[in-house]
Design a protein around this ligand. Structure first.
Ligand SMILES: Cc1cc2nc3c(=O)[nH]c(=O)nc-3n(C[C@H](O)[C@H](O)[C@H](O)COP(=O)(O)O)c2cc1C
Length: 331
């Protein structure tokens, strides 16, 4: 497939908004395993101008038994390039393997390497990766430093949670990432123990901002377009990142209000893209669409809980797609 830049987003390439970082706006799409694979990510990048969505990330690439080969990294990066960059996120704790993988990512053209210090999954913790490293700030610093050395001039960012089971070491963790040479620190303001709870405390983001000189990206319950600016204003963070808010509304970055038909078209295009690229997930296309419908708000396609239940109750993927086609035709 030929590379292309922004389409519906409408903007051509635009300059980075922060020295030393490739992002084209201060609003970013969070890495989400099983969601921000290239098919979904590309559709979001195509629908938001690069002045509205400044960058995205691959799902985490788990580095454990061996350095990740370029073939796998290219698959995570996907076939298309947009004006807004897509950073490659790595998760692991073996310095040599992370370093080799980071060098591979750079050789594949990654504009940024991000390090995951937040994954709460048992497997990650058992393997001393992801959020497990939040219990050891010195290890965070070591991991960041070795990847910074391996990445050369390519910037490296670190994405942490506010802590493992408490937030008392937040400043220490933030400084560890800075000392290691991170060019950007993303703070998901929940601790590992808080998982994905509804309550968030943005003052933790402000604490990280006060603790370091590098730019901070705030993350946690950016649920509406106005929240990007509100988070930056209230915490002083340089960038704000949306995760599940973008699953509910892929246009959250531009703030565009879409119709139910446009919302249905997005979901249909997602299904077609997965089929076209031969990326049909194990549970089938319908399961992946339903994963989004659990969160979906855009276009009033899912107006209330009853409607959500009705969408999720569709028995087959084909029936779900047919129903979406009917909505899309009512444009
Ligand atoms: C389904 C799902 C998968 C996720 N996968 C990743 C991941 O691969 N890497 C990562 O750093 N964070 C991951 N996260 C965490 C998000 O990047 C983000 O920090 C978190 O959802 C909080 O932001 P939100 O409140 O805007 O959703 C994931 C979150 C969800 C819901």
């Amino acid at each position: 497939m030929a590379p292309r830049s922004d389409s519906e987003g409408g903007a051509s390439a635009c300059a980075p908004v922060w020295p030393g970082l490739p992002f084209t706006s201060r609003s970013l799409l969070a890495p989400m395993e099983g969601v921000t694979e290239p098919c979904f990510r590309d559709l979001v990048l195509a629908r938001n101008a690069s002045t509205a969505l400044g960058g995205a990330f691959t799902e985490f690439v788990r580095v454990h038994e061996a350095p990740t080969p370029k073939r796998i990294l290219r698959r995570h990066m996907g076939p298309l390039r947009f004006a807004a960059p897509v950073g490659v996120q790595l998760m692991g704790s073996d310095l040599a393997k992370l370093a080799r993988t980071a060098a591979n990512a750079v050789e594949c053209g990654a504009p940024l390497v991000d390090l995951n210090f937040g994954c709460p999954a048992k497997g990650a913790i058992a393997g001393c990766a992801g959020s497990a490293l939040l219990r050891d700030p010195a290890a965070v610093e070591r991991v960041v430093r070795c990847v910074v050395e391996a990445a050369g001039p390519t910037p490296v960012s670190a994405k942490i949670r506010a802590g493992f089971d408490h937030d008392r070491d937040l400043e220490v963790l933030a400084r560890a990432a800075e000392q290691g040479g991170a060019a950007l620190l993303t703070v998901h303001c929940r601790t590992r123990a808080e998982a994905y709870c509804d309550e968030v405390d943005w003052t933790r983001i402000a604490r990280a901002v006060a603790a370091v000189r590098i730019p901070v990206c705030g993350n946690g319950s950016v649920l509406a377009h106005a929240d990007f600016e509100r988070m930056r204003r209230e915490t002083g963070c340089a960038f704000a990142m949306a995760g599940r808010g973008a699953l509910a509304d892929p246009w959250i970055f531009s703030g565009a209000q879409v119709s139910a038909a446009q919302a249905a078209q997005f979901l249909l295009e997602y299904a077609h893209t997965m089929a076209e690229r031969n990326q049909i997930p194990a549970g089938g296309l319908g399961a992946r669409i339903k994963q989004l419908l659990r969160y979906w708000r855009a276009g009033g396609l899912v107006a209330n809980d009853d409607e959500r239940r009705a969408w999720l109750a569709e028995r087959s993927g084909d029936a779900l797609l047919e129903r979406l086609e009917q909505v899309a035709l009512n444009a």
